[in-house]
Ligand binder design. Structure first.
Ligand code: 5RP
Length: 219
C-alpha cells in the first residue's frame, strides 16, 4: 500500500465516527481531503460542516456539503483532522498545511477530536517535523530570537500566508520532551497567534493506518 492508499483507508474508517444528523468539524490537509470525499458519499447523514480552512471549505462545497459558521453552530460532537506528528499520548504537531489557527479553534469547539494519520506520523517524541508558529508579521524577528533561546531555528515559510493573512515560522531542531509546557510557554509570547502544538487539548482517538491494517489509539 502506498501512502495515499493508507490515507484513503484511514479517511474511510473515520466515517464511522461521524454522528448522524449532526454538524461535523473538518480539519485540513491531504488526509482530510480523502475524508471529505468519503463524507460526500454520506452527505445526507450530516447537517453540515464547520471548516478549518478555505481549501477544506471549497472541497466540502464541491461534495455538496454545507459549510456553516462556527458561531451559528456553537459546539459539535466530532472534529476530524490529520496531523504532522502524533505521540503515544495523542499530542500532536499540526500546521504543515498552515491551517493551525482555525484548526485549533474548531477542535476546541468539538467534544471529540478524531485524528487520522498513516503510521509514519506516529513518533515517540515530537520535534523532527518543524514546529509551525503563526505570527503577527512585525513579531517575526522577536519570535525567531525566542525560538533560538529554546534551541530551535525558526525559518520563515517562504511565499506563504495563512487564511488569516499572517506568516508562519517553522521551527527546526526542537526535541519536544514537554509538549504541554512548550505549548503553554509559546502561547504567551507577544505576537504569537497560534503554535502548532496540540498538547493541552490533544486528540481523543487516533486512527492509524499502516500496511498491516488499521489501529485505534486512545488516551
Ligand atoms: C494542516 C495540518 C494537517 O492536518 C497536517 O499538515 C497533515 O496533513 P497531511 O494529511 O497532508 O499529511 O495540520 O494545517
Amino acid at each position: 500500500m502506498n501512502q495515499d492508499q493508507l490515507k484513503q483507508a484511514v479517511a474511510r474508517a473515520a466515517i464511522e465516527h461521524v454522528v448522524d444528523g449532526a454538524v461535523v468539524g473538518v480539519g485540513s490537509g491531504s488526509t482530510v481531503g480523502f475524508f471529505i470525499r468519503e463524507l460526500g458519499l454520506v452527505r445526507h447523514r450530516v447537517r453540515g460542516a464547520v471548516s478549518s480552512s478555505e481549501r477544506s471549505s471549497a472541497l466540502l462545497r464541491e461534495q455538496g456539503i454545507e459549510v456553516l459558521d462556527l458561531d451559528a453552530v456553537g459546539t459539535m460532537p466530532v472534529y476530524v483532522d490529520g496531523a504532522d506528528e502524533i505521540d503515544g499520548q495523542l499530542r500532536m504537531i499540526k500546521g504543515g498545511g498552515g491551517a493551525l489557527t482555525r484548526e485549533k479553534i474548531v477542535a476546541a469547539a468539538a467534544e471529540r477530536f478524531v485524528c487520522i494519520v498513516d503510521a509514519s506520523k506516529v513518533v515517540p517524541v515530537m520535534g523532527r517535523f518543524p514546529l509551525p508558529i503563526e505570527v503577527i508579521p512585525m513579531a517575526c524577528g522577536l519570535v525567531t530570537r525566542w525560538c533560538a533561546q529554546l534551541g530551535g531555528e525558526a525559518r520563515l515559510r517562504a511565499g506563504f500566508t495563512t487564511d488569516n493573512g499572517n506568516p508562519i515560522l517553522d521551527v527546526h531542531g526542537l526535541r519536544i520532551a514537554d509538549p504541554v509546557g512548550l505549548e503553554t510557554e509559546i502561547n504567551q509570547w507577544p505576537g504569537v497567534v497560534t503554535v502548532g502544538l496540540f498538547a493541552r487539548r490533544g486528540a481523543d482517538v487516533a486512527l492509524v493506518a499502516d500496511p498491516a491494517g488499521l489501529r485505534t489509539l486512545t488516551r
